[in-house]
Design a protein around this ligand. Structure first.
Ligand SMILES: C[S@@+](CC[C@H](N)C(=O)[O-])C[C@H]1O[C@@H](n2cnc3c(N)ncnc32)[C@H](O)[C@@H]1O
Length: 201
């Protein structure tokens, strides 16, 4: 049962996906790492922001509270997660600050917009061709725009070293994709620390 729920985090669907969505929305470490990521990202009122893999939409609430005159777009390939994020962010959607779209990273190929900030929380580990995905993200960032990607390993047997190893891999992949000013922050979180890797296009 535990493994069946764990498998849901990549693309939640059905009753077990709803349970995974509830866990994401309520687990203290998930709330903390989403809040921390938004604080590091520090969006300004007029920014144009994109979240990749928004899940139930925790970070979006905080981002939309800060982006009062700009625009926020969030994508997730899970229809269930888009519904949950929509329910959590009705007012920002209602006043036109937030748009949610169901779809994967391939949506970025035809999105026709550019962003000041692109971020993700516990999503980048699912990208099969991460270097290619980072190149795609770079194309939708304005020159000097920033990417932030947070990861807290939550798989059974996860160790603090897994978080640091992922940060190292992401750093290398960002460099190969042409990003600069790469920095890594660490949050001392239980049961495993979270890392956030930021870089500029
Ligand atoms: C572990 S959850 C994290 C959700 C949210 N960011 C959070 O921290 O609460 C991963 C989310 O990313 C979405 N996702 C994974 N790969 C994706 C992709 N290639 N394109 C769009 N969404 C993706 C999943 O559907 C899921 O909602």
């Amino acid at each position: 049962m535990r493994n069946a729920v764990m498998r849901q985090f990549e693309r939640p669907h059905g009753p077990l996906g709803a349970l995974a969505g509830w866990i994401m929305a309520n687990r203290p470490s998930n709330k903390t790492r989403n809040d921390w990521t938004v604080d590091l990202l520090d969006p300004k009122p007029a920014d144009h922001v994109l979240e990749l893999g928004c899940g139930p939409g925790l970070a979006l609430r905080k981002v939309c509270a800060r982006v009062t005159g700009g625009r926020v777009l969030a994508i997730d390939h899970s229809a269930l997660m888009v519904r949950m994020a929509r329910a959590r962010n009705r007012s920002a959607i209602g006043d036109g600050r937030l748009e949610l779209r169901q779809g994967g990273i391939e949506l970025l190929e035809t999105i026709g917009e550019q962003f000041d900030l692109v971020y993700s929380v516990n999503v980048a580990m699912f990208w099969r061709d991460r270097r290619g995905t980072l190149e795609t993200i770079k194309r939708v960032l304005k020159p000097g725009g920033r990417i932030a990607s947070t990861y807290q390993p939550r798989h059974p047997g996860a160790k603090p070293a897994d978080a640091l190893a992922f940060a190292g891999r992401l750093r290398g992949e960002l460099t190969e994709a042409g990003f600069r000013d790469i920095r890594v922050d660490t949050l001392d979180l239980r049961p495993i620390p979270a890392i956030c890797v930021q870089a500029r296009a």
